[in-house]
Design a protein around this ligand. Structure first.
Ligand SMILES: [Cu+2]
Length: 192
């Protein structure tokens, strides 16, 4: 496996020629499927993994404990037990440029526009620089609490240079978080 250790993005092309013989010898059954491009992407993946971002986790937002019913008597929409909300294209500690593209990932539930009452669905909210929010009230609508009531699953925003936190929260047809809350990890990004 010496050829793997020597490979880098810059040397990959030159190294692959020498690698092919070794692969054929050690992994004869893989040779047909593994052309130069497959080799190259494997090396890139290894390279990226070795340089994973060491940024410390962002402190979670302070969120009130979710109650199944609001004081008004409003019964919250139930979250699916396996619901998961996440950033598709951003990671904690990442440095990005404006406009910042944010792709929302949701599994275990569906996206529906605001106003549409349908079990197992909700719409996305992007919280920008929000350290505290109420799980038992409609999410506010302003620059810090951005609603995607048409059912959008991504956005592009322009942020002041510097560090910002981002968090996704799913809300029901009335912009009220589900019970239990469906929210992503809170991440910090740096805008150049
Ligand atoms: Cu909303």
């Amino acid at each position: 496996m010496r050829c793997f250790n020597l490979a880098s993005a810059a040397l990959a092309a030159a190294t692959l020629a020498g690698c092919a013989g070794h692969s054929a010898h050690h992994h004869p059954t893989m040779q047909g499927a593994m052309d130069g491009r497959a080799h190259g992407s494997m090396h890139s993946g290894m390279h990226a993994a070795m340089h994973a971002n060491p940024a410390p986790a962002t402190a979670p937002a302070r969120v009130s404990a979710s109650t199944p019913t609001l004081s008004s008597g409003y019964k919250k929409v139930a979250a699916a037990p396996n619901a998961r909300l996440y950033f598709v294209n951003l990671a904690n500690g990442q440095t990005v440029s404006n406009p910042v593209r944010v792709v929302f990932g949701l599994s275990g539930m569906g996206v529906a526009p605001a106003g549409v009452e349908k079990e197992g669905t909700g719409h996305h909210h992007l919280l920008v620089d929000v350290a505290e929010w109420d799980a038992n009230a409609p999410l506010p609508a302003n620059d810090n609490f951005r609603h995607f009531g048409l059912g959008q699953t991504e956005t592009s925003l322009t942020l002041a240079p510097g560090m910002h936190t981002l968090q996704l929260v799913l809300g029901d047809q009335n912009h009220i978080p589900h019970h239990p809350v469906v929210a992503s990890e809170r991440i910090t990004i740096t805008v150049k």
